[in-house]
Structures are given as structure tokens and as C-alpha cells.
Design a protein around this ligand. Structure first.
Ligand code: PLP
Ligand code: COI
Length: 340
């Protein structure tokens, strides 16, 4: 354990840790896993990652549990999504076994940075895959680097499991209907920076996206998926431009386990008026309950939480998810990997 870190007051920021792990793709195959203590990478100035955005990343967490073990949540799903992103921007797929081995290795090597259970913080893992081969024409690289670094993090939005407010942004899109929105590529996040700044400048915790084509349906909330609860039903958007969130997929299962109906469909923005509860969900966001969503252009304000508190179903889903991640409740769906 690291005595200098104030575990309970961590933000979602970068703190240096001891090691990262790396693996290189050359001559058509992945090499051996390498351990590095350097925070920098040395790449060619014509690398495709730098010019043509051949870059993918992932995000997952390791939890320090009350039984003293460390658990990682759904790493196979992150490996599968990274493979999907690789197919999306023509990078070589990283095998799940290699991904899993590197996850386990990097967590073990940085064990002293896994926050204690009581702090509510977690060790965030950031896998990164980049085209390192030089190209000047727009085409895929022939060499790649995959790495995972880790950093201890607190809540993504200030206050953790408390309601915050969101604003619909109509003047910027994060992804096109048949663009790269379903892939976890840096370009989507570059495209989101202006909308995110706009929301923050107006005092909101995050921007709220509608579908880019018609601006009629809900897409997602910044770097998190959306869900709403009404009539004992968990409703979440179906869209060709949002990231398939592993947290959302898990919450859909937990909602079913709790006896709720689950609907994955287009959600017209006006339907926000009907939700009894709503939240943003993701690895970083966990469940961030939504208080109010303002649609300034339409002069509409959707007050989701009348008393400013998270709703009871969001609370139940949050507790269930956390308890599985921390090994407090049985892992009936086989979601966690104990790091031995
Ligand atoms: N949507 C976007 C755009 C994201 O960046 C993330 C974060 O990974 C999510 C949704 C949530 O996905 P997950 O639950 O897999 O972390
Ligand atoms: C995550 O939830 O892992 C994310 O990637 C969100 C954000 C930090 C990009």
C-alpha cells in the first residue's frame, strides 16, 4: 500500500505508478510482453496514430476488496470491444488471452497502487493500441504498439453517487451515424471536446448528445451511456453511433435480475419527461444519477429527480454492481477475475 496517496480524495486524474506493460506487433505477429517503468513512449514522427488517428483505447477497473483480494471487472468484454475497434480502423486484433495476461501482470506489478476498499476509489486500467509504423499516404500501419498503464482514480463526476445536471448540445456531434461512434477511438473524444467545454462553461457536469442525423433521439451522455427508468422498465438507447458500454450491458442484466423489463430502443428526447429516474453509466461514471437535463435550444428543462436525490432503482442497481465488483455478493454471471 502507498502511504502518500490520499485515497479517499482522489479525483479522476493521472498519478504515476511503478510499471506499465507493452507488446509490439511486427512482421505480422504480436511479440513478448515487456515491462517498463518509463512514462514515455518513443515513436516515429510519421506513425499513423499521430496523423491518421489509428489509435484505440479501453478503460477498466481493478478493485481492492474487503476480503483482501483484487478483482478486475469484465476484462474479456474490454478485450472483445478492443478487437471490434481494431476491425473498425484496420488494426491487428489483440488476442483475448494476451489482453488478459497483460491486465493481470500490470495489476500485480502495481499492487501498492490499488486503493483500499473503504476509500471507494479504484485502480483504473488504460489499455492503448496505436499504429507506430510510418506512413505518409492514408493507409494502415504495418507496426503497432499495445500497452496498459494504470492509475488510481476517484469519481468521474464530483460527488460520486449524487445527481448532477446535463445539457443537450445540438451544435456539435461526437460521431456520425455510420462513423466511428461504436469504436473506442481517440477521434470521437477529440470531436467531443468543444461540446464538453460548452457544458462545463455553463455549469453542467456533462454534455448530452442526440442522434447526429435527426437530432430526435437520445444518444449518450459525454463518455457514458444513458439509461432511464419508468414503469418498472430499464430503457436505454439503440443507436449506431454510441459506444457499447460494458457497464450498461451489466446493468441491463442486473435490472432483469431485479425483475425489471429491459428495452433497448430509440428514445425520443421528449420521452425524458416520462422517466422516474435516469443515469449516465460507464466504467468511469459507474452510475452517475441525473438530476435535470436542459434542452436550451428548445427552452425545455426535464427535471428527472424531483427531490435532487438518486432514485431507488438506480440505488439498487448501483449497490448490486458495486457489491459484485467488490466480491461482497456472489459473482453469478462470471464477471470478475480475481488477481492471484
Ligand atoms: N460511452 C463512451 C463514449 C465512453 O467513452 C464510455 C467509457 O468507456 C462509455 C460509454 C461507457 O462504457 P463502459 O461501461 O464500457 O466503460
Ligand atoms: C471509461 O469510462 O473508461 C472512459 O473511457 C471514460 C472516459 C475517461 C474516456
Amino acid at each position: 500500500m502507498n502511504k502518500e496517496i490520499d485515497w479517499s480524495n482522489l479525483s479522476f486524474g493521472y498519478i504515476p505508478t511503478d510499471y506499465n506493460v507493452r507488446c509490439y506487433y511486427r512482421d505480422g505477429k504480436w511479440g513478448e510482453i515487456e515491462v517498463s517503468s518509463s512514462e514515455t513512449i518513443n515513436i516515429h514522427m510519421a506513425a499513423t496514430a499521430l496523423h491518421y488517428g489509428q489509435e484505440a483505447f479501453e478503460g477498466l477497473k481493478a478493485f481492492g476488496c474487503p476480503d483482501g483480494k483484487v478483482r478486475v471487472f469484465r476484462l474479456e468484454e474490454n478485450a472483445a470491444r478492443l478487437q471490434s475497434t481494431c476491425r473498425g480502423i484496420l488494426m491487428p486484433e489483440l488476442p483475448t488471452e494476451l489482453f488478459a495476461e497483460m491486465v493481470k501482470k500490470v495489476v500485480k506489478l502495481n499492487a501498492r497502487f490499488v486503493p483500499p476498499y473503504e476509500s471507494g476509489a479504484a485502480l483504473y486500467l488504460r489499455p492503448l493500441l496505436i499504429g507506430t509504423g510510418a506512413q505518409v499516404g492514408v493507409r494502415p500501419a504495418d507496426e503497432y504498439m499495445f500497452m496498459i498503464f494504470v492509475t488510481p482514480v476517484g469519481p468521474y463526476f464530483k460527488g460520486g453517487f449524487n445527481t448532477t445536471n446535463y445539457v443537450v448540445v445540438r451544435e456539435y456531434d461526437r460521431a456520425a451515424p455510420f462513423g466511428t461512434g461504436t469504436f473506442k477511438v481517440g477521434g470521437n473524444y477529440a470531436a467531443s471536446l468543444r461540446a464538453n467545454k460548452l457544458a462545463h462553461d455553463l455549469g453542467y457536469s456533462c454534455e448530452f448528445y442526440l442522434d447526429a442525423k435527426e437530432k430526435k433521439y437520445i444518444d449518450e451522455c459525454g463518455a457514458a451511456n444513458f439509461f432511464g427508468i419508468k414503469n418498472n422498465t430499464y430503457v436505454t438507447p439503440k443507436s449506431s453511433s454510441i459506444l457499447p458500454s460494458i457497464t450498461n450491458k451489466s446493468l441491463q442484466q442486473l435490472a432483469k435480475d431485479l425483475g425489471l423489463n429491459v428495452e433497448c430502443r430509440q428514445i425520443p428526447v421528449e420521452e425524458l419527461a416520462e422517466f422516474e429516474e435516469a443515469g449516465a453509466c460507464g466504467t468511469a461514471a459507474v452510475i452517475s444519477p441525473i438530476g435535470r437535463i436542459d434542452d436550451l435550444d428548445m427552452k425545455q428543462s426535464y427535471v428527472i429527480s424531483k427531490d435532487g436525490k438518486p432514485g431507488p432503482i438506480s440505488q439498487q442497481l448501483y449497490t448490486k454492481l458495486r457489491n459484485i465488483q467488490y466480491g461482497i455478493e456472489p459473482d453469478t454471471h462470471g464477471w470478475v477475475t480475481v488477481i492471484e
